[in-house]
Design a binder for this molecule. Structure first.
Ligand code: PNS
Length: 173
């Protein structure tokens, strides 16, 4: 049984994440989609909310399991018998940070590999932060995220109505 780990903050899960997860699920027997804490980020959604969104978004991929972890990725990977950590690379700018994490994780375990998957071009500009920013100002995020996420984000910002936050939107469109 070959097990892959797709780790991330998933705050929230985007179509870019989903694409990497789907592709990993074709290669590995089981894919763990695990919500981790990233100490450099201040999340909008709770871990439970992020797990629920990831679960709904991946419900049609039978070999995906959604989980969460508050500890170190490498400890979790070892405990779950993970063979490979899968990370998506969008641009050269992702590389330095990902390279550092991969090297550090390798120091801690010889048996867990980090593999990088190139993001599809249409997702190369996509990030959870950009999606939240767009949603905050009332832009249409439906092409960028699973439907359940679009609904949740729209609800979150509903009180700040679109036109109040986009005073020029009516003129531009
Ligand atoms: O989606 P993100 O925020 O880019 O994912 C980064 C994440 C959560 C995978 C990374 O911060 C992480 O691995 N966190 C767990 C704690 C850990 O192991 N840190 C040391 C990494 S060398």
């Amino acid at each position: 049984m070959r097990i892959a780990l797709c780790p991330g903050s998933f705050d929230p899960i985007t179509n870019g994440h989903l694409d990497i997860i789907e592709r990993a699920a074709h290669i590995f027997d089981q894919v763990l989609v695990t919500v981790f804490y990233n100490t450099t980020k201040d999340p909008m959604f709770t871990v439970d909310e992020r797990m629920a969104l990831a679960r709904e978004a991946t419900k049609n991929i039978p070999n995906v399991q959604v989980d969460s972890c508050q500890g170190l990725l490498i400890d979790y990977a070892r405990a779950r018998g993970v063979n490979a950590v899968i990370k998506g690379l969008r641009a050269v700018s992702d590389f330095e940070y990902e390279f550092q994490m991969a090297q550090m994780n390798k120091q801690f375990s010889e048996h867990v590999e980090t593999l990088f998957m190139m993001t599809r071009p249409q997702h190369s500009y996509l990030s959870s932060s950009i999606v939240k920013e767009l949603a905050r100002f009332g832009a249409d995020i439906t092409p960028l995220v699973p439907a359940v996420v679009a609904g949740k984000l729209t609800a979150k910002f509903k009180e700040n109505s679109e036109l109040a936050r986009r005073p020029y939107a009516a003129k531009e469109e």
